[in-house]
Design a protein around this ligand. Structure first.
Ligand code: XIL
Length: 312
């Protein structure tokens, strides 16, 4: 994938990964190839359960494996994530905390993560909204209302002034209630000078389901003074096996997403939520669905791969 030949701009193409997959040499050889991927996001090891398994005890070894790999290979690293309702450690999931206690816990967690991994992009806030645009009820919102959001962003900024700070979510890729709510939040944060640099559009799509307003929506986020990124792209079939027409549609969909990012100067790049079905999260989370990645589980490139190339 020679991006330089395809485009004057250099979007990155990246992928999520878990280092347990790296002893699969076919997998690892594709992952490390800088002609394929210029960016990596740890799929799990920088999440709260993995980085603060006991209250106030921070463990960075597993995350460091991925950070060291990106350093050695010259790839960009995306920190994922500081605050999310899922994959929390038991002590946080089952504990009861007053608002001041949880405010301290959130700031300490964000500060320590972003401080440890200097100079990177961070999904500071992940999945804060419901699909109707209201805030998600979780331990953070229920205890702190929306104040946990600026709190996490301030702590991240204090930990590393060079880090780009993002809010990341799904179903905000097209214009609608959820992206409208996020735009209102961004305006509010900006008006209060809360540090916020970007919006991550997860982009877990179904074949044929890329929102037609994707590019316009990204432009609207950029107009608020942000950069944007496609952070977790996969495009799944809801029924298997795919037909040839389905594979052609999937190829067109991958191209549409990459081309939309390419058309928006402040869209910095596209990250796949792993590049092969062998390690995709889709079959485990959406039973009966899948074939969502550009590489099959046997590392054969689907038409989708060509779609990505054409989108660049
Ligand atoms: C997923 C991982 O891929 C799985 O391995 C894990 O079991 C659950 O989380 N949105 C996100 C990602 O922001 O962190 C999620 O990753 C997929 C949905």
């Amino acid at each position: 994938l020679n991006l330089a030949a395809k485009s004057a701009r250099k979007l990155y193409l990246g992928t999520a990964t878990n280092s347990e997959q790296w002893n699969d040499t076919t997998y690892f050889n594709i992952l490390k190839n800088n002609a394929e991927f210029g960016q990596v996001t740890p799929a799990n090891v920088m999440k709260w359960f993995a980085t603060e398994p006991e209250e106030g005890v921070f463990t960075f070894q597993d995350g460091d494996i991925i950070a060291d790999f990106t350093k050695k290979t010259g790839k960009l690293l995306r920190g994922h994530n500081c605050v999310w309702h899922n994959q929390l450690p038991d002590w946080l999931e089952t504990g009861t905390f007053s608002a001041p206690e949880l405010a301290f816990i959130v700031s300490r967690h964000c500060f320590n993560l972003v401080n440890h991994y200097q100079g990177h992009v961070w999904d500071v806030i992940n999945e804060a909204f419901n699909d109707d645009g209201t805030f998600r009820s979780d331990i953070f919102f229920d205890t702190l209302n929306t104040t946990y959001i600026p709190l996490a962003l301030y702590a991240a900024r204090a930990a590393d002034p060079k880090a780009k700070l993002y809010i990341n979510d799904f179903n905000i890729e097209g214009i609608g209630a959820k992206s409208d709510a996020l735009k209102s939040l961004i305006k509010e944060l900006k008006s209060q000078n809360v540090p916020i640099d970007g919006v991550g559009l997860q982009s877990h799509f179904e074949v044929g389901g890329v929102p037609p307003t994707l590019q316009q929506n990204m432009e609207e986020f950029v107009a608020l003074g942000l950069e944007v990124a496609i952070t977790e792209l996969d495009i799944r079939f809801t029924a298997l096996p795919p037909t040839p027409a389905g594979l052609a549609q999937q190829k067109a969909d991958y191209e549409t997403v990459v081309a939309a990012c390419n058309a928006v100067p402040k869209c910095v790049g596209v990250t796949l939520w792993d590049f092969t079905d062998k390690y995709s999260w889709i079959p485990g989370t959406f039973p009966g669905q899948g074939d969502a990645c550009p590489w099959t589980d046997e590392f054969v490139k689907r038409p989708a791969y060509e779609g990505i190339i054409e989108g660049f």
